[in-house]
Ligand binder design. Structure first.
Ligand code: ACM
Ligand code: ZN
Length: 530
């Protein structure tokens, strides 16, 4: 980490010019920021005052560590930072806070721990500046999020990412006031979460023998190198705690009935044909999925979910549900018998039966089910939340049916897409999604009736990793597009202005650099002087 540096474009920069100083550049843009007359001198040390509660202590520990990483000390004679719980008359359920800088120091007030935390994040952005003046202007910021769901996803199935990177990913998303991390833990090409009851998930399902080189073509070539890895339950607990300290809820995803080839390779009797199966070495959609006729499938998944629920305290479990071909079910005697005995019309209704049954199991354990928009096919499970990825239609339909929706449509929210059209980018899956496109995304579809809009919880970007093999490349694909998304989901709709965002990104990109984020540099040529 570089030395903490400030640039507030203070009056000295503007001598001889009657413009008032530019306000500090926060991303996402706050609801209200007033620049007041005067500056607080910032020295090398801070003194933190906070309530002596469990939450107060956690916030102080976080802030102390973050200040240390920015080369500040804490000392009884340092500049005071006061964290204070207050009661507000606000309907905002989460994140509302007040951050002031005046001659007595820095004050962060909120009625929730998350509010204090987001005030701290704004302060940390101001303390991660590229040049140092030793002064912070007097400020009055009132801020709160537009949407309750602000998410980023990471696929660790196609390529495994070590715990240290997962923590960084969470730290960076908290820096941008996201509050959900969707951890895509199981795939055709690898199962990444330790399940103690099923050791072959570790020994067999977490490893593939080799990986397809480049995009599928003929002839196909493979790298001949084994790839694998999984998180132990101790590591998962560590990551869950790390996220919780940053007010980030983790949504674990355990894919079913499709994208389950790795699990079938470990436990072939869970498939319709009985195998043998091999952990996936290519991308795309495989025809082999869990058999929906066998009771053994549900016994297996329920036992897996028992361990998942014990590890992840958050309210949601994502069960996938996308891209599950019906080929095997159509010719499987037991699947067809299930269709008959349950009075189902077809294989789509069989998938609906599958999801409803899993939903009931999760609901009985006090958890809510999330699925990709294919779970609408054959009828939505009664309490399901839908992630709309094949465009916005699934999300619109689900909201019209009174179901909660998270918007993640491919055109705007797939960060595995290319970032320019020059052909000079590192190999990606395809597509093209620029920072500006992300920035212009509006999560609430215009076609919804006003009373249906409340079902749109927010939006999320997805990072699928078929072609993303390293943490550096994952960071490159995520930033700065995630900065644009942060503003979409946090800032008031009326405050969104791309020119203004670009100005602030001129200050924010160097912050990303000082945090060690290997961000994509396309935006740099568009930046304007502040
Ligand atoms: C997905 O991209 N298959 C959800
Ligand atoms: Zn079957």
């Amino acid at each position: 980490m570089r030395l903490p540096l400030f640039v507030f474009f203070v009056s000295s920069l503007l001598v001889g010019c009657n413009k008032s100083p530019a306000p500090p550049s926060l991303v996402p843009k706050p609801v209200s920021l007033k620049l007041l007359e005067g500056d607080l001198v910032i020295g090398p040390a801070f003194q933190i005052n906070a309530p002596n509660t469990e939450e107060g202590k956690r916030l102080v520990a976080f802030l102390e560590q973050a200040l240390k990483e920015r080369s500040y000390r804490t000392s009884p004679d340092g500049t005071p930072i006061t964290l204070q719980g207050v009661s507000y008359d606000t309907l905002v359920p989460e994140g509302f806070h007040h951050l002031t800088v005046d001659r007595s120091g820095i004050h962060i007030q909120s009625n929730t721990g998350s509010g204090i935390f987001y005030g701290i994040q704004s302060l940390l952005q101001l303390l991660t500046e590229p040049t140092h003046t030793g002064e912070m202007p007097f400020l009055d910021i009132v801020d709160y999020p537009r949407f309750p769901y602000r998410g980023l996803h990471l696929d660790v199935g196609r390529h495994f990412f070590p715990t240290a990177f997962v923590k960084q990913y969470i730290d960076w998303l908290a820096f941008h006031k996201f509050n959900y991390f969707h951890w895509h833990l199981t795939e055709d090409q690898g199962w990444r979460i330790e399940i103690k009851k099923f050791p072959a998930l570790q020994t067999i399902a977490s490893q593939r023998k080799e990986t397809l080189v480049g995009h599928a073509g003929t002839p196909e070539t493979f790298d001949g190198k084994p790839h694998g890895g999984y998180y132990t339950q101790d590591e998962i607990r560590e990551v869950v705690q790390y996220a919780s300290d940053r007010f980030v809820t983790i949504i674990p995803e355990i894919e079913m009935p499709g994208h389950s080839l790795a699990a079938l390779a470990a436990y072939p009797t869970l498939g319709c044909t009985g195998g043998p199966y091999e952990v996936g070495t290519k991308w795309g959609v495989y025809p082999d999925v869990y058999c929906a006729g066998k009771e053994e499938t549900f016994e297996f998944l329920e036992s897996v979910l028992d361990e998942v629920v014990a590890l992840f305290p958050g309210p949601y479990v994502h069960i996938g549900g996308d891209e599950s071909p019906k080929d095997r079910w159509k010719v499987c005697r037991v699947c067809q018998k299930r269709i008959q005995t349950e009075g189902l019309r077809d294989e789509h209704e069989l998938q609906s039966y599958f999801v409803r049954r899993i939903e009931k199991y999760l609901n009985d354990k006090g958890r809510r089910l999330i699925g990709w928009d294919e779970i609408l096919e054959g009828g939505l499970a009664p309490n399901a939340t839908v992630m709309s990825w094949r465009g916005e239609e699934g999300g619109i339909t689900a909201a019209q049916q009174g179901h909660q929706v998270i918007m993640t449509p491919g055109n705007w929210m797939y960060f595995d897409h290319y970032q320019d059209t020059t052909g000079n980018e590192p190999l990606a899956i395809g597509g093209f999604t620029s920072v500006q496109e992300v920035y212009t995304y509006e999560p609430v579809p215009a076609s919804l009736l006003p009373e249906q809009t409340r079902f749109i919880l927010g939006a999320q970007a997805n990072l699928w990793t078929e072609y993303i093999k390293t943490p550096e490349y994952a960071a490159y694909m995520t930033y700065p597009r995630a900065c644009a998304l942060a503003e979409v989901v946090w800032s008031p709709k009326g405050a969104r202005n791309y020119e203004d965002f670009l100005k602030r990104m001129g200050v924010h990109l160097p912050r990303l650099k000082s945090l060690g984020i290997n961000y994509a540099t396309h935006l740099e040529s568009q930046l304007k002087p502040h």
